[in-house]
Design a protein around this ligand. Structure first.
Ligand SMILES: C[S@@+](CC[C@H](N)C(=O)[O-])C[C@H]1O[C@@H](n2cnc3c(N)ncnc32)[C@H](O)[C@@H]1O
Length: 256
């Protein structure tokens, strides 16, 4: 009797798995594989409604660290003059709650599907003087003038950009001399750790479901090698097993 129940449960579970795979899993994966537009729109939707509620509260300690660094960098500024800030790869704007008073914020993202989510979110933060949204890749921010910004911010961007060095070159172009680039990124596990193999194993499917995100990037080295006059880069280990694949992070500031 017990054996029959056990067999029946396995049969039901396997059938459910196959029904799920054939009706949702496989068609979804094929659409993500063959349509960039679908991938971008699916990612923005899932990042806001599925991943966001799980990830954003757990990423808040790291975000606060990044914005504490920003606060320290601009501590001596004249508070009557607005701080000109650009956030690249803004997504739906999970950092908005952390921006200091009196800043003029321009945001940029290559994924146009995030714009409506961002606009909805931005309304909740009247202390920020929102300037405009630029839909462009950070590798070529032709809408942003040279030497025009005090600060550029990016959080969890380099994992999914096409060319980090091109992004970093653009960041230096748009920053004023002495301007600050504040960053927070998830990066690869150290070579000696098993987590790196897991990151590499999962990369292909992760790339599809997270719109180009690659788990094993060494962004710290790229930032250090990209020509800033000074780079302060700290390691940060996310204290959640839930974030196992993106546990290793870096947070810091680079000066033009
Ligand atoms: C993982 S999401 C992070 C969103 C948000 N910054 C956060 O901290 O939650 C990566 C974001 O960067 C954007 N992005 C990726 N590569 C980009 C690029 N080359 N130029 C501009 N935006 C980019 C994506 O469209 C997405 O909105």
């Amino acid at each position: 009797m017990l054996f029959a129940l056990y067999t029946l449960s396995w049969f039901l579970l396997c059938s459910l798995w196959w029904v799920g795979a054939l009706t949702i899993g496989i068609p979804l994966t094929l659409m993500l594989l063959f349509s960039r537009t679908f991938r971008s729109s699916f990612f923005s939707w899932s990042f806001v409604y599925v991943i966001g509620p799980l990830f954003q509260p757990r990423s808040m300690p790291a975000r606060k660290k990044a914005f504490q660094i920003l606060k320290e960098c601009v501590a001596n500024r004249n508070k009557n003059v607005p701080l000109e800030i650009l956030e690249i790869g803004v997504g739906e704007g999970p950092n908005l709650t952390l921006y200091p008073e009196n800043c003029n914020l321009t945001v940029l993202d290559k994924n146009k599907f995030f714009e409506s989510y961002y606009m909805r979110n931005a309304k909740k933060f009247p202390h920020i003087s929102y300037q405009r949204t630029v839909i462009q890749p950070a590798e070529n921010m032709s809408d942003i003038a040279d030497n025009s910004l005090d600060v550029v911010v990016s959080t969890y961007l380099h994992c999914s950009c096409d060319d980090s060095y091109a992004v970093l070159k653009e960041v230096q172009r748009v920053l004023k001399p002495g301007g600050k680039y504040v960053f927070l990124e998830h990066v690869c596990y150290p070579e000696s750790e098993f987590g790196l193999s897991i990151q590499r194993l999962i990369n292909p499917i992760w790339f599809l479901y997270f719109n180009g995100c690659t788990l094993d990037r060494d962004t710290a080295t790229k930032i250090k090698k990209s020509g800033f006059s000074e780079v302060i880069c700290e390691k940060y280990l996310a204290p959640y097993w839930f974030l196992y694949l993106i546990r290793h992070q870096i947070v810091g500031v680079a000066t033009k």
